[in-house]
Design a protein around this ligand. Structure first.
Ligand code: ZN
Length: 167
C-alpha cells in the first residue's frame, strides 16, 4: 500500500515536469524552443528514447486527458473565478464573461501538456504496459512491446456483392 502511494507520487511528480512516467528522465514533449508549429506544442513524442515507453498507445488515446483533465480543471477554475467576481464585484454581464472566459482559455492552452502528462501518469499507474507488467521500475530498459499493426483482412473473406444493374 505504501509502495503504491509512493509509486503514484513518483508518477505525478514526473508528470509535473513533463517527464516519461516510466523512467522519469526523458521529456514527453519537444522543448518549447524547438517547437515549430502549434501541433508540436500539443503532440507528445512517439515514445521515450531511453526506455522505449510508448506515449500514445493508440489513436485517440489522449482524448480523455483533454476532455476530463484539461476541461475539468478549466471548468473548476472558471467557476471559481466567476464566484470570486460575482461576490466581490458587481460587473456587467459582458465584462463578467470576458473576465471568466479569458483566463480559462489561457489556462486550457497552457495546461494542455500537463493534462496529457497527468493522464499518462494515471494510466501508467492503473494499467502499466511494460513487458514484465511490473508497473514501472524506474527504467529497467526492457521497454514496451511494439504496437500491434492493424491486421490485414483475411484473403478468403467474402467479397461485397455488387447490386445488379437494372437494364
Ligand atoms: Zn522513459
Amino acid at each position: 500500500m505504501k509502495n503504491d502511494f509512493q509509486r503514484a507520487l513518483r508518477y505525478l511528480r514526473r508528470a509535473c515536469f513533463l517527464k516519461c512516467p516510466e523512467c522519469g528522465t526523458k521529456p514527453v514533449f519537444l522543448p518549447i524552443l524547438k517547437t515549430r508549429r502549434l501541433s508540436d506544442y500539443f503532440t507528445p513524442l512517439d515514445g521515450c528514447p531511453r526506455c522505449g515507453y510508448a506515449y500514445e498507445r493508440e489513436t485517440g488515446y489522449f482524448l480523455l486527458s483533454i476532455w476530463a483533465i484539461n476541461y475539468g480543471f478549466g471548468s473548476i477554475l472558471g467557476i471559481a473565478i466567476y464566484c470570486y467576481l460575482e461576490w466581490n464585484y458587481y460587473l456587467p454581464l459582458p465584462l463578467l464573461l470576458v473576465g471568466v472566459i479569458t483566463p480559462v482559455v489561457l489556462f486550457n492552452f497552457l495546461f494542455a501538456r500537463h493534462s496529457k502528462a497527468f493522464f499518462l501518469a494515471l494510466d501508467h499507474y492503473f494499467d502499466p504496459h511494460t513487458k514484465d507488467g511490473s508497473g514501472g521500475d524506474g527504467g529497467s530498459g526492457k521497454g514496451n512491446p511494439p504496437r500491434n499493426p492493424i491486421p490485414a483482412p483475411p484473403v478468403n473473406a467474402p467479397q461485397p456483392v455488387e447490386p445488379a444493374v437494372p437494364v
